[in-house]
Design a protein around this ligand. Structure first.
Ligand SMILES: Cc1cc2nc3c(=O)[nH]c(=O)nc-3n(C[C@H](O)[C@H](O)[C@H](O)COP(=O)(O)OP(=O)(O)OC[C@H]3O[C@@H](n4cnc5c(N)ncnc54)[C@H](O)[C@@H]3O)c2cc1C
Ligand code: FES
Length: 266
C-alpha cells in the first residue's frame, strides 16, 4: 500500500556534479518498500510544478529511504534547493520492484548513468536473500559520472566500470562490457539506465539465454495507475491489452515482454 507522508530530509549531499543523494525519514514507506520501487515527490507545495516527480528508492533502511537524483529541470532544481531538516511530501512505495530469485543464482546488475539509482538496494536484497553478492557493471559517459562504485564494492559486489570516453575502466558501452562477463542461461541480469542501453543489454541476454529485467522510465502524472500517461507497449496481455503502465505493472519488466521496436524513431 502506498502512503502519502510528510518526510523530513535527514541528509542531502552532492555526490557528483549535478547529482545528489537525499535520505528521507519515512518509517511507513521503509517498512513496506522493496528494491526497485519508487516514490512520487512533491518538490514544492502548490501548483508549480503541478506534478510530483518519480524517483527510485536507492536504499531501504529501518526508518528511512535514500534517493539518488540528477538535476535535469525545474523539479529536480527545486529538490536540490531543499535543506536538511526541511520536509517533503512523499507518496510511496509505488510500482512492482525487482523479482528476487529464491535460490542462489549468478546475478549481474547493469546501471547506466543515473540509472544506477535503484541498484544498491537491489544488491543489498540479493545478498540478504540469496547469500551471493551480484556482479555489477557501472557505465557512464565519463569517470566523473560513475556513481555508487564505493557503496556497491562495500557490499561485496565485484564492480566493472565502463565509460564511453575510456576515462575509467572498460572503454565502451555497458552491453559490450556485459558480453565480456559471459552471462549464460543460469544468469539473471537486471538493468536500469538509458533505453538504448537497456535494449542492448536485452539483446545480449537473448543471445546468451539469460533472464533479463529492466526498470523503465516514462513521464508520469499520477504515479499510481489512474491516468494511463505512462503506458508502454508489451508483447503479452496485461489489464489493458498489450500495454502496461510503467507505474503499476512496472517499472520493472521482463525485457522479453517489452516491445522494443515501439521505441524506434518513426
Ligand atoms: C519510475 C521512475 C523512477 C525514476 N527514478 C529516478 C531516480 O532515481 N533518479 C533520477 O534522477 N531520476 C529518476 N527518474 C527520472 C525523474 O523522474 C526525472 O528526471 C524528473 O522527473 C525530472 O523532473 P524535472 O522537473 O527536473 O525535469 P523536467 O523539467 O520535467 O524535464 C527535464 C528533462 O528531463 C526529461 N524527463 C522528465 N521526466 C522524465 C522521466 N520520467 N523520464 C525520463 N526523462 C524525463 C524531460 O523530457 C526533459 O528533457 C525516474 C523516473 C521514473 C519514471
Ligand atoms: S503515471 Fe498515471 S497511470 Fe502511470
Amino acid at each position: 500500500m502506498a502512503h502519502v507522508r510528510d518526510c523530513e530530509i535527514i541528509t542531502h549531499r552532492e555526490i557528483a556534479p549535478d547529482h545528489r543523494r537525499m535520505v528521507l525519514h519515512a518509517p511507513e514507506i521503509a517498512v513496506e518498500a522493496r528494491a526497485g520501487q519508487f516514490c512520487m515527490l512533491e518538490v514544492r507545495e502548490g501548483f508549480c510544478p503541478f506534478l510530483r516527480r518519480p524517483m527510485s528508492i536507492e536504499r531501504i533502511f529501518d526508518d528511512s529511504v535514500s534517493i539518488l537524483y540528477k538535476i535535469v529541470g525545474q523539479g529536480t532544481r527545486l529538490l536540490a534547493g531543499l535543506q536538511t531538516g526541511s520536509v517533503l511530501n512523499v507518496q510511496g512505495p509505488l510500482g512492482n520492484g525487482f523479482p528476487i530469485p529464491a535460490e542462489e543464482v549468478r546475478a549481474i546488475l547493469v546501471g547506466g548513468g543515473i540509472g544506477v539509482a535503484p541498484l544498491p538496494g537491489l544488491a543489498e536484497t540479493l545478498v540478504a536473500r540469496t547469500g551471493l553478492a551480484p556482479e555489477v557493471v557501472l557505465a557512464a559517459r565519463t569517470e566523473a559520472h560513475l556513481l555508487c562504485e564505493q557503496e556497491l564494492s562495500q557490499m561485496g559486489c565485484p564492480v566493472t566500470l565502463a565509460t564511453d570516453d575510456g576515462s575509467a575502466g572498460f572503454h565502451g558501452f555497458a552491453d559490450k562490457c556485459l558480453r565480456r562477463l559471459e552471462p549464460d542461461a543460469d544468469t539473471v541480469v537486471y538493468s536500469c539506465g538509458p533505453t538504448v542501453m537497456m535494449r542492448a543489454v536485452h539483446t545480449v541476454c537473448v543471445e546468451a539465454g539469460a533472464r533479463c529485467y529492466a526498470s523503465l522510465e516514462a513521464e508520469m502524472a499520477c504515479g499510481d495507475g489512474v491516468c494511463m500517461g505512462c503506458v508502454v507497449e508489451t508483447n503479452t496481455e496485461h489489464e489493458f491489452g498489450k500495454m502496461a503502465r510503467v507505474c503499476r505493472e512496472g517499472p520493472v519488466f521482463d525485457t522479453r515482454d517489452i516491445r522494443w521496436s515501439a521505441y524506434d524513431v518513426r
